[in-house]
Design a protein around this ligand. Structure first.
Ligand SMILES: Cc1cc2nc3c(=O)[nH]c(=O)nc-3n(C[C@H](O)[C@H](O)[C@H](O)COP(=O)(O)O)c2cc1C
Ligand code: SF4
Length: 374
């Protein structure tokens, strides 16, 4: 896995081989947690993968378990993903009747919520606590489920792991870039003809991914890339930008969870950001001051910018507050919100000016683009 260059597909893109080694070195009797919670509202790739290829994910989890000397595998799935749960149950029954697995594998039905899928929150919950992040250290690879060193890996990462185990690291490296090999699942939505999940070589341009999704259905004003912890990118440079972490960093973006939303030019990026930030502020686990109070203030000022009238103060406040909340939570929830808001201030400066000058939002009455759970 280290030679393959596989990096996690759950958001942070951390090198998988390095994580396997860290858990294995803390063993024996470790635990593997397959993270299929997918709390990101604009992402569908993990649920689709588990529904379409349950055995690939389970193979990956069991191979990872062998690699780190685990005594058990737990697959965590959001309670609302009922169809996926039924498919996994059936796949596990098929494996049991074929006598395939040497280790016990269980499916844990996890609570819904944006932070519930954060790894320490998941472990906290598997240890019979609430699904909220805990302070680190200890990190999961040191002390996780029932105090055992625990490997938490996104389900897409585990599917790649299974394929690398079957076809080899050179096969995996035949796609993608030298620094970021392989393919990646992307959830494409917004102004595209066929919204859905696309598998693309890392480094494919956003324009090619949109073409694979049937092409644009309207003029695109901006792209949201990486999910709600990701960043807005202006449409013109984004069309040719490679979907790799290195390619997106140059534009101030992140590959993150592989979400790509094409925002139609007649929608308002400020209004969309304000809705998402209000949702994310409400998803704070409520235990770190800068997250609870900072995100509430950031949500209020973003809503002010999305409205009409002068708001030079709101812009200045936002720039200051996003800098202040970074790195100040037990988990990266505040940092993710700060990424999104900072990118909105950069990309939608024209909209901020129009709102202030005309006293109205040109997109008033337009249906929302980004999904926000109630
Ligand atoms: C607030 C928050 C929410 C997260 N939600 C998820 C999630 O729904 N699914 C997931 O796989 N990882 C999620 N993560 C990342 C996990 O903490 C962890 O890094 C990941 O599951 C590790 O897998 P990977 O290395 O294969 O990406 C979240 C992180 C944060 C900070
Ligand atoms: S930073 Fe926010 S979401 Fe993360 S643990 Fe603290 S209060 Fe909870």
């Amino acid at each position: 896995m280290e030679r393959s260059g596989l990096a996690g597909r759950g958001g942070a893109r951390f090198p998988t081989g390095r994580k396997l080694r860290a858990v294995a070195e803390n063993g024996p009797r470790t635990v593997v947690v397959a993270n299929g919670t997918e709390g990101e509202p604009a992402s569908a790739k993990d649920k689709l993968l588990m529904a379409a290829c349950p055995h690939l994910v389970l193979d990956g989890a069991l191979l990872a378990a062998e690699a780190v000397g685990a005594g058990e595998v737990v697959v965590c799935v959001d309670a609302q993903a009922r169809a996926v749960l039924a498919i996994l149950d059936q796949a596990l029954a098929e494996r049991a009747s074929a006598g395939l697995d040497r280790l016990p594998v269980s499916v844990a039905v996890s609570p819904s919520g944006y932070v519930a899928g954060e790894e320490s929150a998941l472990i906290h919950w598997l240890n019979r606590g609430p699904a909220i992040p805990t302070a680190v250290p200890p990190r999961p690879f040191q002390r996780g489920v029932r105090g055992r060193p625990t490997l938490v890996q996104n389900v897409e990462t585990l599917a790649h792991l299974a394929l690398i185990a079957r076809f080899g690291d050179e096969w995996f490296r035949a796609l993608g870039t030298v620094a970021e090999p392989g393919s990646t699942l992307l959830t494409v939505s917004g102004a595209v003809r066929y919204p859905g999940v696309v598998e693309a070589t890392v480094g494919t341009s956003i324009g090619d991914v949109v073409a694979t999704a049937g092409g644009p259905t309207a003029e695109v004003g901006a792209f949201l890339v990486g999910g709600y912890f990701g960043a807005w990118l202006p449409a013109a440079p984004a069309w040719t930008a490679p979907l790799s972490q290195a390619g997106l960093t140059r534009l101030g973006g992140f590959l993150g969870t592989g979400v790509v939303v094409a925002l139609p030019a007649d929608a308002c990026g400020l209004v969309e950001t304000a809705r998402v930030v209000r949702y994310l502020a409400g998803e704070s686990a409520g235990q770190c001051g800068p997250c609870v109070h900072g995100l509430a203030s950031i949500a209020g000022a973003t809503a002010e910018l999305a409205g009409a009238g002068r708001h030079r103060r709101a812009e200045e406040d936002l720039a200051r507050w996003t800098a202040q909340v970074r790195g100040r939570g037990a988990c990266h929830h505040p940092d993710g919100v700060a990424n999104l808001v900072d990118s909105a201030l950069r990309v939608f400066s024209g909209e901020i000016e129009v709102h202030a000058r005309t006293g109205r939002c040109p997109a008033t009455g337009r249906p929302p683009v980004l999904p926000v759970p109630r």
